[in-house]
Design a binder for this molecule. Sequence first.
Ligand code: CTP
Length: 404
Amino acid sequence: MQPLSGKIILLGVTGGIAAYKAPELARLLIRRGAEVHAVLTKHALEFVTPLTLQTLTRQPVHTELFQLVREQEIGHIALPERAHLLLIAPASADVIAKLAHGLADDLLTTMALATRAPVLLAPSMSDLMYDHPAVQANLEQVRRYGYRTVEPGVGALACGRVGPGRLPEPEEIVEEVEILLAPKDLEGERVVVTAGPTEEPLDPVRVLSNRSSGRMGYALAQVAVRRGAQVTLVSGPTELPAPRGVELRRVGTAEQMRDEVLAALNGTTILMMAAAVADFRPRTAAPRKLKKGAAQTWSVELERTPDILLDVAKRNEQQFLVGFAAETEELLENAWRKMQEKSLDLIVANDVTVPGAGFEVETNVVKLLDRDGKIESLPILDKEEVAERIWDKVAAMRRRREPG
Ligand code: CTP
């Protein structure tokens, strides 16, 4: 299932240069499963055509008030009543002012008053306008009505200036939408997720590492935020941007990762160890670059790194512990053994030799093995969907644990 399946989103577009991003936003929302109905103000029509939005959304585009009246006459359920969200992107200073004062002089502002769905605004204007006390006061006012706002981005503006006022990228707006509409079944949970590889230095320029991309862990952190958890992501070196709403702590070595995890543990309810932590590190890290000289072979002595999960399990602080087992053979036997050794509640096991599973791909094929020995085999899914299914399992196990 896609994250926005079954969700009806009214996409209000107002007149501003950033309206050119609205079709891309509509496309992304649809790709995530939403049904999108675009509502254009008169001024938006100067920047984007109804035909573009109509073609992308495969729905009639709404521009005039009389259309709404006509729809009701022909028996359609009014859109504002059916919608799960009214998203206005870009939201001009003008529409924000109208919403702050409850004006309803066109279709979009009328719908804003008529709907009981959450309203999300993505303001976009020049930085001079954005900073004006009137605009800031109007934004405060609409927030008091319960409307949510996406912070505008800082950067080069169409007016040639640089500052706050840019419409955030469509991907970021979609992420806000998903945060708003996701079920909040992880509310109250404080989660630590680890992700990525670790790097164990040999000298100042060389490290011992592995091929983990961090994608699985980042997806787990992002999905947990959407579902209401407070999330700290302890990440080894990766190329990935910080997921929205996550407290990101970057580390290098296994030992640094252990220290960050232990420091974040107080108050944590769930630890999700998705990182591919190095099991060994060079016994000594040379302070200067090692020179090859005339050597033809070179041996490095390795020693064990701290086992983070084991250290946490030994503290016996009652966190719900999730481990990961990447195996190439005897998947379930190895996973079960790891679960016992590290007192885990759940282990996510994957056979990295299966096509579509493992480190450097967008997808994964995993089995979830719980402490009661129950096995759930998931099909090949993209990593975000795997993350959703892992959290479904954790949320179900947590609910069962609750008294009553
Ligand atoms: N892990 C950890 N600390 C380590 C190594 C691993 O916390 N120093 C965690 C991983 O994040 C993962 C789980 O333990 O959740 C994997 O268990 P492990 O027994 O270390 O598996 P592998 O690293 O695959 O090692 P092996 O198969 O060689 O036993």
